[in-house]
Design a protein around this ligand. Structure first.
Ligand SMILES: C[S@@+](CC[C@H](N)C(=O)[O-])C[C@H]1O[C@@H](n2cnc3c(N)ncnc32)[C@H](O)[C@@H]1O
Ligand code: SF4
Length: 434
């Protein structure tokens, strides 16, 4: 990865890439994106039209470097998919893309093949395009690729082309080329960075997992306060809504012997949580929980409610929490609330209720407030907890993404102002009853 010093760490010519952060900063370095406005083509290449637009495009996941597995998965998908999307994953390298396409075609699947500029230079990409053209594939998805440094020792990213120029090469070779849409900031923050955090924590050792995986700014004092309010019997089913990497759940399982079930919308976070702690995880949104009425003994949700975009969604989440918990069961919330309104420069995509508005929402959802406390006034995390978080945050890859993202919340942009974030936000812990 070249040193940024104001330049583009991915050597893009036709920038920007899809990873520019909401505030205009580079996704990989603490600097503004090198492309304040998109570059324009001097000599555009005409697009090659798609033969047909697939109604069902299925993601293809199989065992890397296993022709037998690729064929058997593709044979299942082929009859029910108009096309299958073959990825190009840095963490799970596989056969060259053209060989993958040919294996899938053998069993009747119609591959859309991803090519990234991260792991192949221009010559290798031209070779792949020639082979894919020979195979007459329906489409090639051309992406620049993410810029994770040092994912594998000794394997450096290439980036001598970028996604737009690769797209032009594909079109010039006569292949329909497709490009990704806008990056989703929630996915970047709560999916991609969460997964990187989990990778770093597991490399550092088991003691790092729980502190690193508490991404809602919950720390032992707040978690203990919430757990005491839930009063769970050993073996009780505790549903965590917006579980992220599941740090609070691993903490609760160790402290109170409860059985956690993690619900989390970001696929990468689900994968990472399952890998870190081996706890059951289901991909789900807080406003439509895949849990039967009254099935949970208790539920909690640290640092999630304020990441829902509006009052209606927040109310729907609270109603879902009430629905899934048995009558009389307890619910714990940790919510960033606005200490004063309006907030200056409010973080995008979040809604911070004032304290009284939060209480009104809770009542409207049919829940009773048993107690509340300000987590900012609880005892600070012990030194070893803080040191472990610091060690994880110090990892190059996470630092290079941007410190605000490492803490796991846009709302913590102002983290430097205090251990828990902005001065105009309080961190409210609530004990609720169904
Ligand atoms: C600040 S993190 C907290 C994660 C975890 N609760 C913790 O304390 O470590 C916020 C989490 O809320 C999740 N989230 C955002 N929108 C959500 C929604 N609509 N439904 C459920 N979870 C959501 C995010 O994916 C992310 O994992
Ligand atoms: S955001 Fe993307 S295009 Fe912009 S400087 Fe960073 S890597 Fe380059």
């Amino acid at each position: 990865m070249p040193a940024p010093s104001g330049g583009c760490p991915k050597n893009m010519v036709m920038g920007p890439c899809g990873g520019v952060r909401a505030n205009g900063e580079c996704e990989l370095a603490a600097q503004p994106c090198a492309f304040p406005v998109p570059e324009r083509w001097a000599d555009p290449v005409p697009a090659v039209p798609l033969r047909s637009v697939p109604l069902i495009l299925t993601d293809f996941t199989s065992e890397p470097y296993s022709a037998a597995s690729h064929r058997s998965v593709a044979a299942v998908l082929a009859p029910v998919s108009d096309a299958v999307l073959v990825g190009d994953h840095q963490r799970h390298p596989d056969f060259p893309p053209a060989l993958l396409a040919s294996l899938l075609q053998d069993v009747g699947a119609r591959p859309w093949v991803t090519l990234t500029c991260r792991d192949r230079n221009r010559v290798a990409l031209e070779q792949e395009l020639a082979a894919l053209h020979h195979l007459d594939v329906d489409a090639v998805l051309c992406v620049t690729g993410d810029g994770r440094p040092r994912t594998r020792p000794g394997a450096a990213p290439v980036f001598d082309l970028d996604g737009p120029r690769l797209t032009a090469l594909a079109a010039a070779a006569g292949i329909p080329a497709v490009v990704p849409g806008d990056a989703d900031p929630m996915e970047a923050e709560f999916g991609i960075v969460a997964e990187w955090t989990a990778e770093v924590a597991s490399q550092l050792g088991p003691d790092y997992a729980i502190p690193a995986a508490c991404r809602g700014s919950a720390q032992p004092a707040a978690l203990d306060w919430l757990l005491a309010g839930l009063d769970p019997a050993p073996g009780a089913l505790l549903v965590d809504v917006g579980a992220g990497l599941g740090g609070p759940d691993a903490f609760a399982a160790a402290e109170a012997g409860i059985r956690p079930l993690l619900l989390e919308p970001e696929q990468a976070a689900c994968r990472a949580a399952a890998g870190l702690f081996g706890l059951p995880v289901i991909q789900a949104d807080a406003t439509a929980l895949p849990v039967a009425d009254g099935r949970a003994d208790a539920a909690w949700s640290p640092g999630v409610l304020c990441t829902l975009p509006g009052r209606d969604a927040q109310l729907a989440m609270l109603r879902e929490l009430r629905r899934i918990v048995r009558p009389g069961g307890r619910i714990g919330l940790l919510v960033y609330v606005a200490a004063r309104l309006p907030l200056d420069d409010p973080p995008e995509g979040n809604r911070f209720p004032a304290e009284d508005d939060l209480d009104a929402l809770v009542r409207k959802a049919g829940l009773a407030v048993l107690g509340a406390a300000n987590a900012h006034r609880m005892s600070a995390p012990p030194a070893d907890w803080r040191n472990r978080i610091e060690a994880v945050d110090q990892e190059d890859r996470l630092l290079s993404f941007a410190p605000a993202a490492v803490t796991g919340a846009r709302l913590l942009k102002g983290r430097a102002k205090g251990p828990f974030g902005r001065k105009d936000l309080d961190l409210r812990c609530c004990r609720l009853r169904h």
